[in-house]
Structure formats: structure tokens, C-alpha cells
Write a protein that binds this ligand. Structure first.
Ligand SMILES: Cc1ncc(COP(=O)(O)O)c(C=O)c1O
Length: 461
């Protein structure tokens, strides 16, 4: 015990002797505060996102990496041998992708549809030898510039797919907002209808929830009937319709690190795959340590609590999204072909339209040449197009299907002023003016690799 005299500073401990280890009140308060923070983070996430009845043990922070966790999940029984024909409403390409995956003896059998998988989610699905299928809505495919919810999942395609191969679909994903095609949101109506459909076929529905608050802001401002609702209440309603979600908190958690997988206890996924939670714990113990070891440091959890409180505030979201719009509108005023309507976290420049009039082919990878030149100007953008989502097969570049060929300018949260973003606009304007002089690139390493855009090396042609 530390004596009262010592605590009062009247007696100094001998320097070579450590004071006896016993928790004094302050230390105890600190320890308790840490526990409180951990609990509060879990509570806030669970309560805030309205996953009723979710046991704390199922809320595992820092199970990072999208979809990898599903490596351990297997539906209880396999397809009984019937190889149902896909309905004609599904286009040829969709059919080819499913069937080529499914007929290989040990090839992909399970299909995970989504409005659009993000690249790493898709990589994880593929890595587990399942087919990642993007089903963006018609308005997205038709480049409908005024449609406010271009992130929606295509309900006709989803319905047709469920009708045909529901027993091969472990779950359906909706990415909110859709980071693959334009950062555009998903409407509440679309979430509800997707829920109805999946429920009818007994298939669980999940969110990739990275930008859940930005999505709620769009619902509030663009969907009829939500104008007077708080963001929090919209978030609650969105999450009532899913059986679980995964999230990278680096986005709408407003933190530097952390992610999580949540399963709704008693939900469809929980009931259909009753051993999943335990398998997930095993996986976590193997790759990270026992859940109580704490995958995230206390300070990161504390930051997450604050992040989640801030992210649902109207004034924060207003400032955030309107800044992205000002940035996008400036580019538009320079006649740069940006994807419209402009989404919540980034501006996407359509490379097919940007290079219109220039004699070029997909193999030239001019989108990467464009980002390379911008890098010289101090701006780091990301190609999310024919290289990131495409593949190299039989000596040929295969573009993604449905086609997406964008370069994305993401706007980090609470980091930049308009002037910074407008400086980027000036660089892009100059490059657009001289687009015929933007070189293509040669891939010097990694063209055929899995997840190639994370690892490749290029040389300007
Ligand atoms: C929709 C979506 N899902 C998943 C991820 C992956 O997040 P992380 O890199 O933190 O695993 C991202 C990253 O941008 C994303 O936008």
C-alpha cells in the first residue's frame, strides 16, 4: 500500500526502490474508465445501429478485412444437383459468369450478389472461391445523372437470381454508399425491398456499412418522407432491415484504424449458420488473439466513440458532403466528365469520357497514366476502372462487367479546405486540355496477379 504520507509527498521513495504495486484510486479510476470506454463503444455501436439482442461477444472490433471472415462459413447443405437455367431477364454476361464459375468441379459454387462489391470485398469473395456478382440498378447502368439513388441494388436482377439459385447464395450484400461506382447512396425503399425479396427466399441480407451515416444523410435530403427525421433515427431504420454488417471504421467511424463484423442475434444469418459465431471466434483467436485481449488499443476505441457520435450530426454531414459537391461542381464547370449525381465522399472522373477523341484502348491504361501525372503535381488519386476491377486473361485485358472505368478523387474527412481541392481541379483542367499528351502505361509487374492493383508496377509509355 502506498502510505498517506508518501501520497501527500512528505516522504520520497528511495530512487532505486519502486513503490509497491497496488492500484490507487486514480489508477483504478483509469482502469475503470478504460473498461467503460470499451463497453461504451460496443454499446454505442450496438444501440446506435439498432442491432437488438446482439451479444457483446459477437461484436468484435478490429476483425479487419472485408469478407475474409466468411471463409469459415458454409451453408449447411449443398445444392441438390438441379442446375436450374437462369431466366432470360438476366443478361448473357451475368449467366456466363455464374455458370462458368459453377460448373468447374471444384470451382466457385456460391454466389454473393451486391449492388457493387468494393475491390477488397470482391477479392475476399473470390479468394474463398465464390462468385462476387455486381447488380447495380438500371439508373446506374444507364448513367442517369438526375437519379438520386444510383447506389441501389437492381431488384429485378436480384429477384431473378434468387428465384433461380437461392440455395447457392449465402447472403446478399448492400454497400452503403456504393464506393465502386460513384459513392452514391442506396434509398430506404431499395433497402426495404431488398429485405422483402431476400426474406422470401430465406437469404440473409448484410450491409458493407463503411459510409452508413453519409447514406442516411442522402435519405434525409433526397428521399420523400425523411426530411424531418434525425440522421440517428434514419440509421436505426436502415439497420433494422439487415441480419448483420461489416464496417471499416476508417470511414464513418472517423478513426485511423479499426473495423468490425456484427451479426444480429436471432437474425436470419445467425439462425441459418448457428456455428458461424464460434468459428469466427476461433479465427479471431488464431489471427489476432482472444477477444478480451483487445484488438484495438483503448485510445482507438475512445476515438471511435467520439467518431460515432460526431458522424451522425447534421452539421458535420452537411459540411462534409457539401464540400465534396463544391469540389465536384468546380470540376464540372471545367467540363471534366464527373459521375453524377456527385456522391458523398469522392468525385469520380469517367475515363472513357475524359479520353473521348483520343485514339486509345483499354490496354493503354491511360487512367493510370493520368493518376501518375497528377502525382507529380502532389495529388494522389486512385484508378478504379479497367485495371482495378478488370483482369488479364489469355493475353488480353478483360474490363469489368458491368463496365466501370473511373479515377476516384476521395476527400478525406476533416482534412482539406476548398482551396486544396480547387488546386487539384486546376491540375486536372490542364491535363484535360492536353489529354492527347497523357501517356498510357506499361505494366512491368503483376498484371496477372490476384488483387493486382495493390501490387503492380508501371512504366509510362
Ligand atoms: C465500401 C468499402 N468496403 C470496404 C473497404 C475496405 O476497408 P479497409 O481497407 O479498412 O479494410 C472500403 C475501403 O475503402 C470500402 O470503401
Amino acid at each position: 500500500m502506498i502510505s498517506s504520507a508518501l501520497r501527500a509527498g512528505r516522504v520520497r521513495p528511495r530512487p532505486e526502490v519502486e513503490p509497491p504495486v497496488a492500484l490507487d484510486r486514480q489508477q483504478l479510476a483509469g482502469a475503470l474508465e478504460h473498461v467503460e470506454v470499451v463497453c461504451e463503444a460496443a454499446r454505442l455501436i450496438l444501440r446506435g445501429l439498432q442491432l437488438h439482442g446482439l451479444p457483446a461477444a459477437a461484436a468484435r472490433t478490429d476483425v479487419v478485412g472485408d469478407g475474409a471472415q466468411f471463409a469459415v462459413a458454409r451453408p449447411p447443405h449443398r445444392h441438390a444437383g438441379r442446375d436450374a437455367a437462369l431466366p432470360t431477364e438476366l443478361d448473357e454476361d451475368l449467366r456466363r459468369r455464374i455458370e462458368t464459375g459453377a460448373t468447374k468441379a471444384d470451382g466457385a459454387y456460391y454466389v454473393i450478389p451486391s449492388n457493387s462489391h468494393f475491390d477488397t470485398t470482391e477479392g475476399n469473395v473470390r479468394n474463398n472461391r465464390m462468385v462476387a456478382l455486381n447488380l447495380p440498378c438500371r439508373e446506374h447502368l444507364e448513367d442517369h445523372k438526375a437519379y438520386p439513388f444510383r447506389g441501389n441494388i437492381n431488384l429485378d436482377h436480384l429477384g431473378a437470381l434468387l428465384e433461380t439459385v437461392a440455395d447457392r447464395i449465402p447472403l446478399v450484400y448492400i454497400t452503403i454508399t456504393n464506393n465502386t461506382g460513384g459513392g452514391q447512396p442506396v434509398s430506404m425503399a431499395n433497402i426495404k425491398q431488398a429485405r422483402k425479396l431476400t426474406q422470401r427466399y430465406g437469404v440473409p441480407l448484410f450491409f458493407d456499412a463503411c459510409r452508413f451515416a453519409e447514406n442516411a444523410w442522402f435519405i434525409k435530403h433526397k428521399e420523400e418522407g425523411f426530411a424531418n427525421r434525425s440522421i440517428e433515427s434514419i440509421v436505426h431504420e436502415m439497420f433494422e432491415h439487415v441480419d448483420g454488417f461489416h464496417i471499416s471504421f476508417k470511414k464513418d467511424g472517423l478513426v485511423n484504424i479499426g473495423g468490425a463484423v456484427y451479426l444480429k442475434q436471432g437474425g436470419l444469418f445467425w439462425e441459418k449458420f448457428p456455428h458461424f459465431s464460434e468459428l469466427l471466434t476461433d479465427h479471431q483467436i488464431l489471427v489476432e488473439g482472444h477477444p478480451t485481449y483487445g484488438g484495438l488499443a483503448g485510445r482507438d476505441l475512445k476515438a471511435l466513440v467520439e467518431g460515432l457520435k460526431t458522424i451522425v450530426r447534421d452539421e458535420y454531414l452537411d459540411a462534409r458532403i457539401r464540400q465534396v459537391w463544391r469540389f465536384g461542381n468546380k470540376l464540372r464547370s471545367y467540363e471534366i466528365p464527373v459521375n453524377e449525381p456527385i456522391g458523398g465522399h469522392a468525385v469520380y472522373i469517367n475515363m472513357d469520357r475524359f479520353f473521348e477523341g483520343v485514339d486509345t484502348r483499354d490496354e493503354d491504361l491511360r487512367g493510370i497514366g493520368f493518376t501518375a501525372l497528377l502525382l507529380f503535381g502532389g495529388h494522389r488519386l486512385c484508378e478504379l476502372g479497367v485495371y482495378a476491377f478488370g483482369s488479364y486473361k489469355n493475353g488480353r485485358e478483360m474490363p469489368p462487367s458491368p463496365r466501370a472505368n473511373n479515377v476516384r478523387a476521395s476527400v478525406p474527412r476533416l482534412a482539406y479546405e476548398d482551396q486544396d481541392l480547387f488546386a487539384l481541379c486546376e491540375s486536372i483542367r490542364v491535363l484535360h486540355k492536353h489529354k492527347d499528351r497523357i501517356p498510357g502505361v506499361e505494366v512491368t509487374h503483376g498484371r496477372e496477379l490476384n488483387l493486382r492493383h495493390f501490387k503492380s508496377r508501371f512504366r509510362l509509355k
